[in-house]
Design a protein around this ligand. Structure first.
Ligand SMILES: Cc1ncc(COP(=O)(O)O)c(C=O)c1O
Length: 396
């Protein structure tokens, strides 16, 4: 590749090219163009994955590309794409990609906290957070927990160094007022990180709500095909992000170039997928509303959901996950088995609908009959009919 092609394709470390979009471009336009380099004659629109453990490096070892654990041109384009969606027009925001959502979460938590610090974690968040909790405690960090709903975190903020928010929470779909919590945390000198996995950057932009970090598992709806693991951290504070980058280098929790490229390719359809999946999720929630065997129905887009008011103030889309409870574990298992176009599988956000009895893992404080359903891109009528049929067939 010629010098000019290399420059054109990837730019240089730490810089983000202007996407050159029309002012006010919509989410679909921004998604299909996110992170694309300036066009270079005879080069593909999205350059292919760069498989390299090391790069030619005569003389002084200066970047942008030296060693494959530190930087990779395929990551650069993906990081630019995610940054453009998480923080449109905010050139100072830096984005780093990771091997998984947990790698991204760990990079923030373990790079920002020291022995003697205090951190506030959600008590109802993703089920691997208790592992993080225990690890932090073993390092002499005080861990406080609070539920996501009703901004309960305010009670335990004094003296904390970091507030970790997961909104909407997984699997309970509670929502907190991010802007209000950020203001309270910043007034006390605490940093704020928001797990934006469930919303995706098209559903919520935590950095615009004042957060210091937007962190997510790209394994879910961001990439949306259930075939790769990925994570990212977007942050505006250069010093804090330098520590996150350093952590990535130390731990080496980096995505493979193929995964990074697949993720970038998938982001082109993010708006299509999100709009379809989220609209069907609302239709499904409405269809479940009022079913006698369904209790605890949650979807932040439902006007009477306890999360709806706050969600509608800070979210642009409400996600593709619906949760509800069936009368017993046996009924929930029968229901899952009766579904035909919904796979019994964990995770969420993919184009193929999945559902699971969340209690089978033992990590969430949910009833035995609690179902987390992730709505895919099937025809809405087919999906709703399948769910209602499965409910009817397993009534006795
Ligand atoms: C809200 C949330 N955050 C983080 C993660 C972890 O992501 P990963 O599985 O990519 O490590 C998950 C996984 O389900 C999640 O639901």
């Amino acid at each position: 590749m010629s010098d000019s092609a290399a420059d054109g394709a990837y730019g240089t470390e730490g810089t983000r090219k202007e996407p050159g979009l029309p002012v006010g471009a919509g989410d679909g336009t921004r998604a299909v163009r996110a992170g694309l380099p300036e066009p270079v004659k005879h080069e593909p629109t999205l350059p292919g994955p760069v498989f390299a453990a090391h790069f030619h490096l005569p003389g002084d070892p200066t970047g942008p590309y030296t060693y494959g654990r530190d930087e990779n041109p395929t990551w650069t384009l993906l990081e630019r794409a995610i940054g453009e969606l998480e923080a449109p027009g905010q050139e100072s925001v830096e984005t780093l990609v990771f091997a998984s959502g947990m790698a991204a979460i760990s990079s923030v938590v373990f790079s920002q906290l020291r022995a003697g610090d205090a951190v506030v974690l959600p008590s109802d968040g993703y089920q691997a957070l208790p592992l993080v909790h225990d690890q932090l405690q073993s390092y002499g960090i005080e861990v406080r927990t609070a539920p996501t709903g009703q901004d309960a975190q305010l009670e335990v903020l004094d003296g904390a160094r970091l507030l970790w928010i997961e909104s909407p929470s997984n699997p309970g779909l509670d929502v907190c007022d991010i802007r209000r919590l950020v203001e309270a945390a910043h007034a006390r000198g605490a940093l704020v990180a928001v797990d934006n996995t469930l919303a995706t950057p098209l559903g919520q932009r935590p950095l615009e709500l004042g957060a210091d970090f937007s962190v997510a598992s790209g394994t879910k709806q961001l990439t949306g095909h259930g075939d790769i693991l990925l994570g990212y951290v977007a942050g505006r504070d250069a010093e804090a992000m330098a520590a996150v980058r350093r952590w990535r280098k130390i731990v080496g929790a980096i995505p493979g170039p193929m995964e990074a490229w697949l993720a970038h390719r998938s982001i082109a359809t993010l708006q299509l997928r999100v709009d379809r999946q989220n609209a069907t999720a609302l239709a499904l929630a409405e269809a479940l509303h009022g079913r006698p065997e369904v209790t605890g129905l949650r979807y932040p887009g439902l006007p009477d959901d306890p999360s709806h008011k706050v969600a509608s103030q800070q979210m642009r889309r409400y996600g593709c996950v619906v949760s509800f409870t069936l009368p017993s574990r046996a009924r929930a298992d029968r229901f899952l088995e009766a579904l035909r176009v919904v796979d019994d599988a964990t995770s969420f956000g993919g184009v193929r609908s999945t559902a699971e009895r969340r209690g089978r893992w033992g990590g969430d404080a949910v009833p035995e009959g609690f179902i987390r359903m992730s709505v895919g891109a099937e025809d809405p009528a087919d999906l709703v009919a399948d769910v209602l049929r499965a409910l009817d067939e397993t009534a006795h």
